[in-house]
Each structure stands twice: as C-alpha cells, then as structure tokens.
Design a protein around this ligand. Structure first.
Ligand SMILES: Nc1ncnc2c1ncn2[C@@H]1O[C@H](COP(=O)(O)OP(=O)(O)OP(=O)(O)O)[C@@H](O)[C@H]1O
Length: 369
C-alpha cells in the first residue's frame, strides 16, 4: 500500500482552479518534497490530503484511507507540523507533549515511554524538563516535529520545516528530519520554498506550478533532464579581432576539434566572442581533455568555469513561464549555434548567470519540441 495515493485530484474556488487534476503516489518510507512558487497550490493540495478541505473532484488516500469518507482514519494516520509554532512556552518540552498526548486520547500507559522516545528522536532528551520559553528556534521546531510523531503516524507533513531558522540550525534540522525518516520509518511530505532543502533531503520532488505538477522525479534526475554540465572556457583576446563583426577570438580549429568529439554534446560561442561554452555529460572528467584540445590549437585559456545544473535551474525553467518564454527566444540562438557547429557566433550574452539560464532554456526548448 502506498503512503499516499492521489488520482485526478482537483480543487476549484469560485472559478480558480487551485489544484488541477493531479495524480501521483508517495511510497512508504519516502521523503517527498512539494516545491512551488507562491500560489502554486501546495497548501490546497496538503489541506485536501489531511482531510481539512473536500476535493472538488478526484480521489486521494493516506495510508489506504479515503480523505472524503474516512476522515478520522486519515487524521490518525498522519502528523502535521505547521509553520506557525503552537507550543506553550510556560510548559516544559515533556509537558507540551503530554498535553498533546492527552488531547489526542493516547493511552496513559504508553504516554511516558512514547514521549521519551520522540524526544530522543529529535535530540531533546537533555532539555525535556526545561520550559519551552528557554528553547532556541531550532529546538522549538524539533519539539513540534516530536509532537507530530507522538501518535506514530504513517505519514508526517512538514510545512516549511526550516523557515525562519538560521543556516546552521537549518542544517541541523535537516539531519534530524533525515534521521527520523530512517529511524522511525515514517513517510514524510514536506513543502518548501528552499530549493537546496528539497535537493538535499528529498528522495523525490514534485515541482508544482499553477495547480499542476510540472515535474516529479529524484532531484538528480531532474537536474539531469536539463542536459549535462557546461564547461565555460575563456580565451585571451589578441585585440585584433575582438568585437569585430562576424569574428571570434575562439580559434576555429578548436571548434573543429569539438565537432569531432563524441563526448561534446553541444557548444556555443558567447561572452563577447572570447569564450566557448561546451556541454558535456561529466564536466569534471572532461576539463583536462578540453585544456589539451585548446593547447593543441594554440588557444590561450584565461579561465575555466564548470557549471553544473542545479535544482534551482530546473525550478526556474519549469515555473516561470514568462521568463522561460523570453529565454527561449535567446536560447534559440545558442541552440542553433551549437546545433550547426559551424563556428559562427552567438549574439553574446549579458552575464554568466544569463548564459547558464539560456542553456537551461535551450535544453528545455528542445525537450518540449
Ligand atoms: N479559500 C480560498 N478561496 C479562494 N481562492 C483560494 C483559496 N485558497 C487558495 N486559493 C487560491 O488557490 C491558488 C493556490 O493557493 P495555495 O495557497 O494552495 O498556494 P501555495 O502553493 O500554498 O502558495 P504559498 O506557497 O504562497 O503558500 C491561489 O491562486 C490562491 O489564491
């Protein structure tokens, strides 16, 4: 049985389709991320999955229980940690958990042991009897996670689990989330705006935009879908040809050699014509060969920059339609340039970041066509 099974799930609010015909599953034990811009539909989706909001159409089940007809069973199958803290600062950590346990009707005989267990899972045993008002932000967040785990849910929903935490505490919190996913075997669904968080933590990520899942896969596979690493080589300009219409500082002999190399997936001359961007599968492994080729053709390299695709590139490419459309116009130049491999030049790019983004768009344009 899947931890979560969603089929054709849709939610409409007065003509606004917040969640549009989604179908996906979350496997048992999986750490699953929902990543999307503001207003993408993440909260609406989660609210339907935790049986707080009825779907307009479609079905969803959590731990095998239908979100419409088995709300009670759905709720006891899951733990939720909301963004807004809801702890009593006067009470100790253990007292906060005991209060919650009573509220949820947990058997008294199990209570003390389970509280000890979840405090241990989130590393708060030593401060269990300190008032929560003395806890740091990260400790409070971990206590909230412990509270969500108290009734041994099959699925834990974490809404922006590290929002507002400093970088160090965020990383610590990631470690606890990973540990409890492994140690407690609980499936975790987390929503986040932090792309690095999704990349680091999640087995799979669904990128949500405009009520739709525009991509769903392991972070590495999503990055791979952008089409390889780019090694950016810059060459010394002899001053004679730089800026000359139709001329390039990149030796045409080097481009000829790149044409012959099977490992060279693509290349583009850019950056004011004094650089070439070479797309390869494994950038680290190809740098030496590229330097050798440049040496052989007498080109003086002044800098080498390896640009590996990030989940952020995937996110931006898939979620910013206006920007992607604008980028596709620029990228055609790059894609066509790489495709013809004639040694002609692109019209130049404004910045390194733009070059990288163009590459993302170029690959996607090809993917979509
Ligand atoms: N109760 C509601 N009534 C009307 N429209 C709503 C309601 N709840 C959400 N929406 C709309 O549905 C769309 C999706 O909103 P939702 O809050 O699910 O997005 P989100 O991805 O969670 O955004 P954020 O990251 O900002 O929390 C938005 O256009 C929003 O305005």
């Amino acid at each position: 049985m899947d931890a979560i099974h969603v089929d054709g799930l849709t939610k409409e609010f007065d003509g606004v389709t917040a969640v549009d015909d989604l179908s996906f599953t979350v496997e048992r034990g999986e750490l699953f991320g929902l990543l999307g811009p503001n207003g993408a539909g993440k909260s609406t989706l989660i609210n339907m999955l935790v049986a707080l909001l009825p779907p307009s159409s479609g079905t969803a089940s959590v731990n095998g229980h239908d979100v419409r007809s088995e709300k009670g069973a759905v709720r006891s199958s899951l733990g939720i940690v909301f963004q807004e803290p809801a702890l009593d600062e006067e009470l100790t950590g253990a007292e906060n958990l005991a209060f919650h346990s009573r509220l949820y009707g947990q058997a008294r005989s199990d209570r003390a042991d389970r509280i000890d267990e979840v405090l241990g899972l989130v590393g708060l045993s030593a401060v269990r009897d300190d008032p929560v008002g003395t806890y740091s932000g990260g400790m409070k967040r971990r206590l909230e996670i412990a509270r969500g785990l108290l009734h041994e849910p099959a699925v834990l929903f974490l809404d922006e689990p590290t929002v507002g935490l400093d970088a160090r505490t965020r990383r610590d919190t990631w470690e606890y989330i990973e540990q409890l996913n492994e140690a407690a075997g609980v499936s975790i669904v987390l929503t986040t705006h932090y792309i690095e968080e999704a990349d680091r933590l999640c087995d799979r990520v669904a990128i949500v935009d405009d009520g739709d899942i525009v991509a769903i896969d392991a972070p590495a596979a999503l990055k791979e879908s952008l089409g390889g690493d780019v090694v950016a080589l810059e060459f010394a300009s002899d001053g004679a040809e730089a800026g000359t219409e139709g001329q390039s500082d990149v030796p045409s002999a080097l481009l000829d050699r790149l044409d012959d190399r099977a490992w060279c997936r693509d290349y583009a001359v850019a950056d004011g014509r004094s650089g070439v961007h070479v797309t390869v599968d494994d950038g680290d492994a190809r740098i030496a060969a590229l330097v050798r080729l440049a040496d052989e053709t007498g080109a003086g390299i002044t800098s080498i920059d390896l640009r590996e695709p990030t989940l952020e590139n995937v996110f931006l490419e898939l979620t910013d339609r206006d920007r992607a459309a604008a980028g596709a116009g620029r990228s055609r130049g790059l894609a066509a340039l790489g495709g013809t491999r004639s040694g002609s030049t692109a019209t130049g790019t404004e910045s390194r970041a733009d070059v990288h983004d163009d590459r993302s768009s170029a690959v996607s344009t090809e993917d979509r066509s």
